[in-house]
Design a protein around this ligand. Structure first.
Ligand code: ASP
Length: 584
């Protein structure tokens, strides 16, 4: 062993021991006759001291050549430190070194490897291995490991078996594009990387595996939005012989277990909210319910009073912002500008101040009298001192815009406390959604999701109305998991593909294997998948998933460290019979 202990474990009780330590030089302080080294490894930092009186001359001289990030081994005696550092657990001691070996020198690192670094994100990503030496990044990876382990233990103790499914598969339509891999042995043919193991886990149910899980990489070639990764990790689960209720209970159990184990937080039964209700009350299918500011629909009260901006609209809807009646004109204008940004795209905002003296002041005083405004305040449960903000327009887009504003205001008012956890189930999602662009239905979850059995008849007459036994687990405004009860018979699956615009031949070519399997005794089944990256980030109290991924890609999908993607050699292209050439 190159060390007898690590850099994070020696305390005052170790004084007098001889130890060998190895690690990285975080920094040195050299006074000529005396030199200190902060020696770092995964476990912490230990101070090493070399001095003229007690250290052999050659050793002190060698110590004077040490630079940042040199890998060294030292041997010496643990002694009590004069000026102690109460912030670290080795702060009471230091090692008086009498031997030193340089195991590997280091070039000067491109940024400081300390908790607070001077390195920008791009640079840190390019040298991610150096970034990982920093305690905050390292601790995030250890945190992720703990969560993954807790998940494995919980599911295993509940009878789930982890089964690996292949990465080289063929397309599964889950709404995104596939990453494809050309086949060398079958020219012109391609594998696809899985967007999820969806069809395989269903086939495992047909195979009788009954309770499956897998912590698994998934790949989606989407236009990258902030904080999305083209490859990400799911906790993928499937169960046979279950109904929706069994799945919700089981995974509520898992989530509660994690919150308790990892955060020490106990939460009660998770509320359940049908999709329609979530949209109506929060304008969003992943509502953050840590705070109020619920939507109030004001059509009845605010239309027909001569205010043209409201009268012709499908929806007039408002929120009451607590204590914001005292906002200045400037502050309100800033909010109006915020909603008009292209990212939100609203046309404007109507505001009503509920003054503490019981009067109302609004941006639409010309059209609405005090009694009108009071009726809005009563409907939206606004108190004296609150500010009501109102938007109008087509239902869906207006809800989306007001929901964005609600979240922004909550952020500004610091209502999104990362240490409060408010999970809920959103249920009863529509089975299908109509896509204007392609003029056809898309599966809201995926094509394998079962319609509610009592609504099967509606599939022919009014498919839009059909709901699915599909559910999302939402935590603090983030969808952390989603799943459904699946179709398990060939005819219904075929019908679903019809509705989604597949010809019989297309459905057969792409999913013949699944529909065949359903003919050999497929059990009723359903499942769910959680996004591990997001879950870890949320439990870690942060919003960015990159912080919890060892080697993440940047916002344009590049790995800056290995520099991928790249072109490949002409020979490789030829072997693959890909006669395309990069353009440059
Ligand atoms: N495969 C689905 C997804 O990745 C999850 C599920 O239905 O289990 O979103």
């Amino acid at each position: 062993m190159l060390r007898t202990t690590n850099c994070g474990s020696l305390d005052i009780t170790a004084v007098g021991q001889r130890v060998v330590l190895a690690g990285w030089v975080q920094k040195t302080r050299n006074k000529g006759f005396m030199l200190w080294v902060d020696l770092r490894d995964r476990y912490g930092i230990t101070q090493i001291i070399f001095d003229e009186e007690r250290t052999p001359k050659a050793v002190l001289e060698l110590a004077q050549t040490l630079g940042r990030e040199f890998v060294i081994q030292i041997e010496g005696e643990v002694i009590e430190r004069e000026s102690k550092n109460p912030n670290i657990n080795t702060g009471a001691i230091e090692i008086l070194a009498d031997q030193l070996q340089i195991l590997n020198p280091s070039s000067i690192p491109p940024f400081t490897i300390e908790n607070e670094t001077d390195g920008g994100e791009e640079l840190r990503m390019q040298y991610r291995y150096l970034d990982i030496r920093r305690a905050p990044v390292r601790e995030n990876l250890i945190f992720r490991h703990k969560i993954a382990l807790a998940i494995r233990n919980y599911l295993s103790n509940n009878g789930f078996i982890e089964v690996e499914t292949p990465y080289l598969i063929k397309s599964t339509p889950e709404g995104a594009r596939d990453f494809v891999v050309p086949s060398r042995m079958h020219h012109g043919e391609f594998y696809a990387l899985p967007q999820s193991p969806q069809t395989f886990k269903q086939l495992l149910m047909v195979g009788g595996m009954d309770k499956y899980f897998q912590i698994v990489k998934c790949f989606r070639d989407e236009d990258l939005r902030a904080d999305r990764q083209p490859e990400f990790t799911q906790i993928d689960c499937e169960l046979a012989f279950v109904e929706q209720e069994d799945i919700l209970k089981q995974f509520e159990g898992l989530t509660r277990h994690l919150l308790k184990e990892i955060k020490g937080v106990e939460v009660g039964d998770f509320p359940r909210m049908p999709y329609e209700e979530a949209m109506r009350r929060f304008g969003n299918d992943k509502p953050d319910i840590r705070f109020g500011m619920e939507f109030t629909e004001l059509n009845k009260l605010a239309q027909g009073k001569g205010f043209g901006v409201f009268d012709s609209q499908e929806l007039v809807v408002g929120i009451a912002v607590p204590g914001a009646a005292e906002y200045t004109r400037k502050q309100i204008d800033a909010l109006i500008d915020w909603v008009k940004r292209p990212q939100v795209g609203a046309l404007g905002l109507v505001w009503v101040k509920c003054n503490t003296d019981g009067s109302y002041k609004s941006s639409v005083d010309k059209f609405f009298n005090q009694a009108d405004l009071q009726s809005w305040a009563a409907a939206s449960d606004a108190q004296a001192g609150d500010l009501i903000l109102v938007m109008a327009g087509p239902t869906q887009s207006t809800r989306t815009q007001l929901s964005a504003l609600r979240m922004e205001i909550a952020e500004r008012l610091e209502l999104r406390d990362p240490n409060t956890f408010a999970p809920l189930w959103v249920t009863d999602f529509p089975l299908l959604e109509w896509d204007e662009e392609s003029q056809r239905y898309h599966a809201m979850h995926h094509p394998f999701t079962a319609p509610k059995p009592e609504q099967l008849d509606l599939l022919d007459s009014d498919p839009k109305q059909v709901k699915a036994n599909a559910y999302d687990l939402v935590l603090n405004g983030n969808e952390i998991g989603g799943g459904s009860i699946r179709i398990h018979n060939t005819e219904l699956q075929q019908k679903m593909f019809d509705l989604l615009g597949f010809t019989k031949e297309e459905a057969q070519a792409q999913f013949g294997f699944l529909m065949d399997a359903f003919q050999y005794g497929a059990p009723p089944h359903g499942g769910i998948a959680f996004g591990l990256d997001r879950l870890v980030a949320l439990l870690g109290g942060k919003e960015t998933i990159r912080d919890f991924i060892a080697f993440p890609k940047n916002n344009s999908g590049r790995d800056l460290m290995i520099d991928a993607p790249t072109t490949i050699a002409n020979e490789q292209l030829e072997e693959l019979a890909l006669n395309i050439r990069p353009i440059n």
